[in-house]
Design a protein around this ligand. Structure first.
Ligand SMILES: [Zn+2]
Length: 255
């Protein structure tokens, strides 16, 4: 009786594809024209042959059971078989169980890590939308959970102050947008944004923005949480790469 395909899968998955002793991944990387080389081996804890190292005492059907196998690299497999006084059955069982517990803990820790991934239900924005008025930017602020920005390099101090003031305004509005419910408050917010956008335009700067629909996954939450992220950039008008509502990029080429 040999090791079954199913037993192999159980062993390799539980070992995380790593040697239980040196923790090396038991395949090499591939090359442009070759597959990875496999140097992982399924070593018996209680040996198969009567005369072999760690022989004896296990029923035939348990010899090739995954509980009696340990995944090792070829070097450590040879070492284990060459040094049976050190690598006893008890020691190998301990190495196996500690290794598999460690693999589980790494996988669990990775699953519980919070992270943002793109939401497959929404197309991802390819270009920033040109923002000429306060209203569309305010709508983006209201729907977003977080905010990121980009500011051009090598600005005059006056321009930099103006842009930073604008970004701080957007950030503040992101924080309080949920609390502004009345039509009056919403209208006022749009107007304040409009004033800043106009002041930037007077200095030859354009505002671009998009909302990227992300999902927050991991942690203790039940399933992923939608997490729309607002990105706002201010760009010098001459260099801006933005798209208007129709998808036309700005500035239009003029000859
Ligand atoms: Zn090894």
């Amino acid at each position: 009786m040999s090791v079954s395909e199913k037993t192999r899968k159980i062993l390799w998955v539980q070992a995380g594809g790593l040697c239980a002793i040196c923790k090396e991944q038991v395949i090499t990387s591939g090359t442009a024209s070759d597959d990875p080389s496999v140097f992982g081996e399924e070593a018996h804890i209680v040996a198969r042959s009567e005369g072999g190292p760690r022989a004896g005492g296990l029923a035939e059907d348990l010899i090739n059971h995954h509980t009696n196998l340990i995944l090792l690299c070829s070097k450590d497999h040879k070492r284990v078989d060459d040094q049976p006084n050190h690598f006893t059955v008890e020691r190998l069982r301990l190495i196996k169980s500690e290794h598999e517990a460690w693999v589980r803990s790494v996988v669990d820790a990775d699953k519980s890590r919070l992270r943002l991934v793109p939401d497959p239900m929404f197309p991802q924005p390819r270009a920033l939308k040109l923002i000429m008025r306060g209203n569309p930017l305010w709508n983006m602020i209201k729907e977003s959970f977080s905010f990121e920005y980009a500011i051009p390099d090598n600005l005059h101090d006056d321009d930099e102050d103006l842009i930073i003031e604008f970004m701080d305004l957007v950030r503040d509005f992101c924080d309080i947008a949920g609390d502004l419910v009345s039509v009056r408050e919403n209208r006022d917010a749009e107007k304040i944004l409009q004033q800043h956008i106009s002041r930037l335009a007077e200095r030859e700067f354009l505002v671009g923005a998009y909302v990227r629909h992300m999902l927050l996954t991991g942690g203790s939450a039940d399933g992923p949480t939608p997490w729309p992220m607002l990105r706002v950039e201010v760009q010098p008008a001459a260099l801006a790469e933005l798209a208007d509502e129709s998808g036309t990029t700005y500035p239009r080429q003029t000859s």
